[in-house]
Every structure is written in structure tokens, then in C-alpha cells.
Write a new protein. Structure first.
Length: 248
């Protein structure tokens, strides 16, 4: 739910809710899917760092740069306030670039992916996550400032179009997917009844409240995903995760 593009955007809920179940689970799933491709980088760029809790496992030997268009997503006195559409770094600067729930906020898509690829060294790795399935579009996406949702095929195509080689692409949040589908269908129905136009991006996006029991259940379901993802990709889920390598 980062926001790193130009123009209107929704503020990440992680600014205020760093311990929300989705961020905790996502951090573990991203680590499980992507850690092997990180290797031992000297320089790492994390784009859209408002979701910092999701990348605490991503380290660098020399420097790890956090960038976000919203200064509230950066720790005081650190990081770079800037746009993913025009990264303020020279070509071939970083061994690893991560952009978790970023490119869906950016239009046009090819510009942001090209920028992420540009600052990678030859052989560098791009790590991405994006929200899945356009049919799941709702007012939540509008409040977040999204431009699109993805299938795995579309996410892979966007990365390959900029000359990168995809080394892994999987869905995530499969075990919680039935609950997600019901929640999105309910949102779409309520939106149709209200007959409101497109929502404006929120200053800070509100996420569904969950009880302690629901939090434990959702976290447990996320653990089921984690067990499968250690050996296999998932065929569906509410997120898509991609690792790609720059030739060279």
C-alpha cells in the first residue's frame, strides 16, 4: 500500500498501523519468497518505504536507502523523499531494488518499471509485490490511489517488457483468499447501492478492523501460505510477488 507515484495518492495505513496483521504476514511471505534472491548486496534501495515493517529482513553490507513520496513514511532524519517515476539516483547504483505495493500507484506503468530497472547494476535483482485481480477492484483501491490490479501473467509481462528476467513469480495470501473475495464483493455491492462516483485517495487509508481472535486466525492462515511457499508457488491469492534479474 505504498504510494510512490506522482499526483493524488492514498497514504499507507502502515504509517499508523505498523502491527496490523496484513503487514506482519506480508513481511514473512515476502521474506520466504524473495530472500534467496537477495544474496549479499552492498547497496539496496527500498522504494515506497512507508511499508518499512515489511522490509526489516532486507539488509545491505554498505547502505540501504529508503525512498518514499510521503515523508511520513520515512524515519525522521533519514531516507529520501522522492518519486519512483523519477528516481534521484544514477544508472546502475544498486544490487537490489525492492518496490512492494508501489507500481500499481504509478501511471504510466512502463515508466516506473523502467526507472526501477535503470538504477539496478547488471545482475541486480528487482523485488516486487502488487495487488491481484482487476475483478477485485473496489473503493479501497480508489482510496489507495491505485491505477490497476494484476494477474501473475500481467506482472511478469510488465517486468519482462523492460528487459529483466523473471526468476520467480507467485501469488500470496491464498489461505485468506476466500475471506478477501467475500470482503471485496461486499464492498462492491455497497458501492453500487450508494451509486457514488470514484473515491478520492485518502490521506491515510483505513483498513478493516479485526478482533484479536480474527487477527490470530488470519495470522495462522498466513502461516499456511508460508509453509507452501517454502517449496512451491501458489496458484492464486490476493497479491502477486515477483523476483527478477537484470541481465549482464
Amino acid at each position: 500500500m505504498n504510494h510512490a507515484g506522482k499526483g493524488g495518492h492514498g497514504g499507507s495505513a502502515s504509517i499508523e498501523l505498523t502491527d496490523y496483521w496484513w503487514y506482519r504476514v506480508r513481511s514473512q511471505l515476502l521474506q520466504t519468497i524473495l530472500r534467496r534472491y537477495v544474496e549479499d548486496p552492498a547497496r539496496v534501495l527500498d522504494v515506497g518505504s512507508a511499508d518499512g515493517p515489511s522490509v526489516s529482513w532486507l539488509a545491505a553490507r554498505e547502505i540501504k536507502v529508503a525512498l518514499d513520496i510521503d515523508p511520513r513514511g520515512l524515519e525522521a532524519g533519514s531516507g529520501v523523499c522522492g518519486s519512483a517515476m523519477q528516481l534521484p539516483f544514477p544508472d546502475a547504483t544498486f544490487e537490489v531494488v525492492s518496490a512492494f505495493d508501489v507500481i500499481e500507484h504509478c501511471e504510466p506503468e512502463d515508466v516506473v518499471v523502467a526507472e526501477l530497472a535503470r538504477v539496478l547494476v547488471p545482475g541486480g535483482r528487482l523485488l516486487l509485490s502488487v495487488p491481484a485481480y482487476q475483478w477485485a477492484w473496489s473503493d479501497f483501491d480508489e482510496e489507495n490511489g491505485h491505477h490497476r490490479r494484476y494477474t501473475r501473467t500481467r506482472a511478469v509481462a510488465a517486468v519482462e517488457a523492460e528487459g529483466l528476467e523473471v526468476v520467480r513469480a507467485s501469488y500470496a495470501f491464498a489461505a485468506t483468499f476466500p475471506l478477501f473475495a467475500v470482503e471485496r464483493a461486499t464492498r462492491r455491492f455497497k458501492q453500487a447501492v450508494r451509486r457514488h462516483g470514484r473515491q478520492r485517495p485518502a490521506d491515510v487509508v483505513a483498513v478493516p478492523e479485526v478482533s484479536r481472535v480474527a487477527d490470530r486466525l488470519l495470522t495462522w492462515l498466513g502461516g499456511l501460505d508460508d509453509g507452501v511457499l517454502r517449496r512451491h508457488d501458489l496458484p492464486f491469492g490476493s497479491s502477486v510477488v515477483v523476483a527478477a534479474r537484470k541481465p549482464g
